[in-house]
Design a protein around this ligand. Structure first.
Ligand SMILES: Cc1cc2nc3c(=O)[nH]c(=O)nc-3n(C[C@H](O)[C@H](O)[C@H](O)COP(=O)(O)OP(=O)(O)OC[C@H]3O[C@@H](n4cnc5c(N)ncnc54)[C@H](O)[C@@H]3O)c2cc1C
Length: 367
């Protein structure tokens, strides 16, 4: 049996950032991943946006970790030559009612200390984005985009340079709590004993918590999977900002928006609908919903509108339920000391990867 000090489960962006951070401070850090390489799930299936932190309730982890994570991620990308662009975003509104919602979003962002927010008028919008239909827009300069694959690659390299071991094809199938520490069993028959576990298993993080004995239903920690699909259009070009409509009033998602990638290519999405199965098939029946949403802020040619890709959100918020924050906690209170859960790390999880890793480190040091 292998003996390790810290075992991190899941090599998505969160597990990689945690591994990079903890391996700087601690010996014997091991990151295990069920798939053959890192980032095969949500971390490679998202909008690659560095969010500003404008939408989340003041005082929430999402607000704090996103506003700080935004700055931390730009800094890290600059220092490590990871491609990014601080392009900014526009949230558009087309009547007085929508304008008042835009003002509420601005106020919320200011409470969260998102810098330099500004409401602009139709003429100013047209100057910035001639193809966009908008009477008003909220300009959010701190939003940007990043090459997520290169970011994950860098985090993996740094973790390994610090001495961490990253092992692929290692699917955790059960965990036994000892008086001190944990025994972790893998599908390939390997068995590890560890002092500390950090659960970064994304869509399966609730199942990992259950393996140790946490009653996720009773604790309200069951995940609800929510799919988001993207379409691309090769005809639309020369857009400089990310363009967002007003967010979904139920808080499930940010509305079908336009993102650009680092090559200037355009994508629309994601939409949002809850699913039971983990598959990445696209459902064509949502196409009209996309076109309708996009036509509110730009002309779209249906003939050049094609499926692109999709991802699945690991949400604690159930269909029709209220806002739920990230759950990042050391579980001594539940009887599982040195077991740290990261559950419900949906958007803006990519933006928060470095600040979530700091949060996890603080939980370990304070024990
Ligand atoms: C459609 C969509 C758009 C998004 N857009 C943005 C955005 O623009 N900006 C932003 O900040 N955030 C965005 N997000 C959120 C962001 O992508 C996630 O918060 C982030 O990728 C979560 O990373 P993770 O490491 O927790 O999960 P994952 O990337 O899913 O990684 C978890 C890993 O755990 C592994 N695992 C699971 N079970 C086991 C097991 N039993 N044993 C071993 N390994 C296991 C999995 O194989 C997986 O590799 C978006 C999400 C979606 C779905």
């Amino acid at each position: 049996m292998e003996q390790v000090n810290i075992l991190i489960i899941g090599a998505g962006i969160i597990g990689l950032a945690v591994a990079k951070n903890l391996s700087k401070e601690f010996e014997d850090v091991v990151l295990v991943e069920a798939e053959e390489t890192f980032g095969r799930h949500t971390s490679s299936r998202n909008s690659e946006v560095i969010h500003s932190g404008i939408y989340y309730p003041k005082g929430s982890l999402k607000a704090r970790l996103c506003v700080n994570g935004n700055q931390a991620l730009y800094q890290y990308a600059k220092e490590n030559n990871i491609p990014f662009r601080n392009c900014g975003k526009l949230i558009v509104a087309n009547n007085k009612d929508e304008l008042s919602i835009l003002k509420e979003i601005k106020n919320n962002g200011e409470k969260n200390r998102v810098p330099n927010l500004q409401i602009i008028n139709e003429v100013e919008c047209k100057k910035l984005e001639p193809q966009i239909i908008a009477k008003y827009a909220l300009k959010v300069p701190s939003t940007g985009i990043i090459d997520t694959h290169k970011l994950m690659q860098k985090l993996e390299n740094e973790a390994e340079d610090n001495g961490a071991f990253i092992i692929y094809n290692m699917k955790v199938i059960s965990i036994d709590a000892l008086d001190e520490g944990y025994i972790v069993n893998f599908a390939n028959g390997e068995v590890f004993e560890t002092n500390i576990i950090v659960n970064c298993a994304g869509l399966h993080s609730d199942k990992i918590a259950e393996m140790v004995g946490i009653k996720t239903k009773r604790e309200n920690l069951q995940l609800h999977w929510c799919k988001g699909e993207y379409y691309k259009s090769s005809k639309i070009k020369d857009i400089d900002h990310l363009i967002y409509p007003l967010p979904d009033p139920d808080g499930i998602f940010l509305g079908i928006h336009l993102t650009i990638n680092l090559h200037g290519e355009i994508r629309f999405g994601p939409n949002a609908y809850y699913v039971d199965k983990l598959n990445y098939e696209m459902n064509e029946s949502y196409k009209p919903e996309f076109l309708k949403a996009i036509k509110n802020y730009m002309k779209i040619d249906e003939e050049n509108f094609h499926f692109d890709d999709c991802g699945i959100r690991a949400k604690l918020q159930e269909d029709g339920g209220d806002f739920r924050d990230f759950y990042i906690k050391e579980e001594s209170e539940k009887g599982f000391p040195n077991f740290i859960n990261c559950i419900g790390i949906e958007s803006p999880g990519l933006t928060c990867c470095l600040t979530i890793a700091e949060e996890v480190k603080k939980l370990i040091i304070s024990e």
